[in-house]
Design a protein around this ligand. Structure first.
Ligand code: FES
Length: 202
């Protein structure tokens, strides 16, 4: 069951609170789409901070948990449409990874705060609409109740000292399934631990 109240109650919105959304946009499509939205003057709320990554598959589960822990109310991953990824299968791997991360976030009641969208370089209007829609959804959920409470203990690949520029799918070499499973196991263990911490701190 996907529920915001599974682990914790959302903090009440009010006193001018505005959602704080972190968007990981892939360099080749979604970042260009965001750029086009600006150039075309499509309006969207100033609730989003954009972080450019080379591919949607570059976003590790640890990045998402860290963002939620350190103040994001919502995390958006935006990449090229399926079939358009510049690293061939990067976005397909990202889709598997984000879906698995969402499942793990159910334990924390945070799954609705993570969204994956495909936005091309020519879809400036779509970019603005996704931001508007996600902002509204986060407003309904309220402030992220676990900010500064959860402790992401999963080391990212980079911090493990491994050399990965784009872990899933760079130049068409998909991350072996075993590595993906290891990612999920580490994330699940961390999410379980964090859920216990959050419940214990209520
Ligand atoms: Fe855009 Fe891979 S380069 S999703």
């Amino acid at each position: 069951m996907s529920t915001e109240t599974a682990a914790v109650k959302p903090a009440q919105a009010g006193n001018g609170w505005e959602p704080n959304i972190l968007a990981f946009c892939c360099n080749w499509c979604s970042y260009a789409g965001a750029d086009l939205a600006g150039v075309s003057r499509f309006q969207y709320p100033p609730t989003v901070k954009i972080l450019r990554v080379m591919c949607s598959s570059r976003v590790e589960p640890a990045f998402i948990l860290k963002a939620l822990k350190e103040g994001a109310d919502g995390v958006l991953i935006a990449g090229c449409h399926i079939g358009d990824c510049h690293y061939i299968d990067g976005n397909k791997n990202a889709e598997i990874r984000i879906n698995n991360t969402k499942k793990a976030l159910v334990k924390l009641g945070l799954d609705k705060r993570l969204r994956l969208e495909w936005i091309s370089a020519s879809e400036g209007l779509r970019f603005s609409e996704v931001i508007k829609d996600f902002t509204e959804e986060i407003k309904k959920l309220g402030e992220n109740p676990v900010k500064h409470k959860i402790e992401p203990q999963i080391p990212s690949r980079a911090s493990e000292g491994r050399r990965h520029v784009c872990p899933d799918g760079i130049r068409g070499f998909p991350l072996p399934k075993g590595n993906r499973d290891a990612d999920e196991r580490r994330f699940n263990a961390s999410a379980n631990k964090s859920a216990v911490n959050v419940q214990g701190s209520e």
